[in-house]
Design a protein around this ligand. Structure first.
Ligand SMILES: Cc1cc2nc3c(=O)[nH]c(=O)nc-3n(C[C@H](O)[C@H](O)[C@H](O)COP(=O)(O)O)c2cc1C
Length: 414
């Protein structure tokens, strides 16, 4: 019976354990988690979501404080179009987080950065250009383009000296999205080095509508594989979403996938950025406490625990501090929803906004508990202790369980 370790992800001459830990925004997939994956010979991700905030927290920088100082005058204003990111500071924060992570890397694996296009940051093209170029300058091994079609993203870095040496990949949820990307990127004369195919059971935002349950990852992977074979394009395919055991992974690897991307099982690793009390809630979650809803202002459905404090919270929009989801016109659908509730509830101090959430603030505070569909099975991956809590795991333990287990078995920790 085969295990994941019988396969290798190949990038040219380089061979890796075919396990990629997916990016988990706002420092849930920490540098420590990515470093562990690289140390074990796989691929880890950090994320550049809210990177100024992350740099403040991790390296005692003051990017957010500086921004609030500059835009304090606008806090009560519903028009956020003046709130801009300082591109120099954005580059500096990126260099800090990625530079320090890459300096600490040991082992034969790789570290990529998850770069979401939906973080439009009030100047979509300019900020995305700075984010990607600063990541390449800081020595990142690769960039995974996420949360968006990224039709112009390759062009933003095509004159960068590392454009052809860094690994560049994209996350898609359909053949059509991949075809569009390939057609638009053709002009740069470069194919992606890998394609992550994210199915409907993944955590974070979904590349489907609210009809997500009608889709099936294996079917989408097969469709994309057929297309690439017909076009004679040799691009490693990496399915993601719902791969919970080594055997789940082997099923994809035996059908032509080059690796798998996994995330939910690592939310309960000690190296993960979630606070421990939140990790305990991930362990305890039951299946009916996991829902897909539309409260993210990105417009994409998102999967999360129904117990997330973010749901129904009515905090004042915090764009002067964050503002990562402001579109090119300085709008975010949370601002609209918040203003509507304020107008409808005059004099009420703590309003509730049900249809949207202030994603920046909630993710920054670890109050939006996004997870994959299988999060309710996390309790089966460890021991319950006498006090009712669950034992956290090491990233190494989870990684090795994926790598060596057979027959859908999950190894419990010592
Ligand atoms: C807590 C959490 C946060 C996530 N955040 C992001 C993100 O910021 N960007 C992204 O592209 N995918 C994100 N994802 C998706 C994962 O990278 C991954 O592709 C997916 O969850 C894999 O499925 P699994 O969780 O069932 O293993 C997130 C997933 C989780 C569980």
């Amino acid at each position: 019976m085969k295990c994941v370790d019988d396969f290798r992800l190949k990038f040219g001459k380089q061979e890796l354990v075919p396990i990629m830990i997916g990016g988990m925004g706002v420092d849930i997939s920490t540098a420590e988690l990515a470093l562990a994956a690289a140390h074990l010979g796989g691929v880890g991700h950090i994320s550049d979501a809210m990177i100024n905030t992350v740099a403040d927290r991790r390296y005692n920088a003051k990017f957010v404080k500086d921004k609030i100082k500059q835009y304090k005058f606008n806090v009560a204003n519903t028009d956020k179009s003046v709130v801009q990111f300082d591109l120099g500071q954005l580059a500096e924060a990126t260099a800090m987080h990625i530079g320090k992570t890459m300096e600490a890397k040991r082992g034969d694996g790789l570290i990529f950065v998850n770069c979401m296009e939906k973080l439009t940051m009030n100047a979509p093209r300019e900020t995305l250009r700075v984010r990607m170029r600063a990541a390449l300058d800081a020595g990142i091994d690769g960039i995974t383009l996420a949360a968006g079609l990224h039709l112009g993203s390759f062009a933003l870095i095509e004159d960068h000296p590392r454009f052809r040496d860094a690994k560049l990949g994209i996350i898609v949820s359909s053949l059509r999205a991949l075809q569009l990307f390939l057609r638009k990127s053709l002009r740069t004369g470069r194919l992606p080095d890998y394609v992550v195919i994210e199915g409907p059971l993944a955590g974070g935002h979904l590349g489907f509508g609210m009809d997500w349950a009608e889709y099936d990852l294996a079917t989408i992977v097969a469709e994309i594989r057929q297309f690439l074979l017909a076009e004679k394009l040799d691009i490693p395919l990496i399915p993601a979403g719902g791969v919970f055991t080594g055997s789940d992974a082997v099923a994809y690897l035996e059908n032509g996938a080059s690796a798998v991307q996994v995330a939910t099982r690592f939310t309960v690793a000690r190296e993960c950025g979630l606070p421990e009390d939140v990790q305990q809630l991930y362990f305890k979650a039951s299946e009916d406490q996991i829902e897909v809803n539309l409260i993210s202002p990105t417009g994409y459905p998102m999967r999360m625990l129904t117990t997330s404090p973010a749901i129904g919270d009515g905090i004042r929009p915090n764009c002067e501090a964050y503002g990562y989801l402001l579109d090119a016109n300085g709008c975010c659908s949370y601002i609209t929803a918040y203003n509507r509730e304020v107008a409808a509830n005059p004099g009420v101090k703590r309003i509730s906004v049900k249809d949207k959430t202030c994603l920046c603030t909630q993710m920054r505070n670890f109050d939006l508990w996004t997870c994959g569909h299988n999060a309710y099975r996390l309790k089966d991956t460890t021991h319950q202790l006498e006090d009712g809590s669950y034992q956290l795991l090491s990233a190494e333990h989870i990684f090795h369980d994926y790598q060596f287990s057979t027959d859908h078995k999950i190894a419990l920790p010592d």
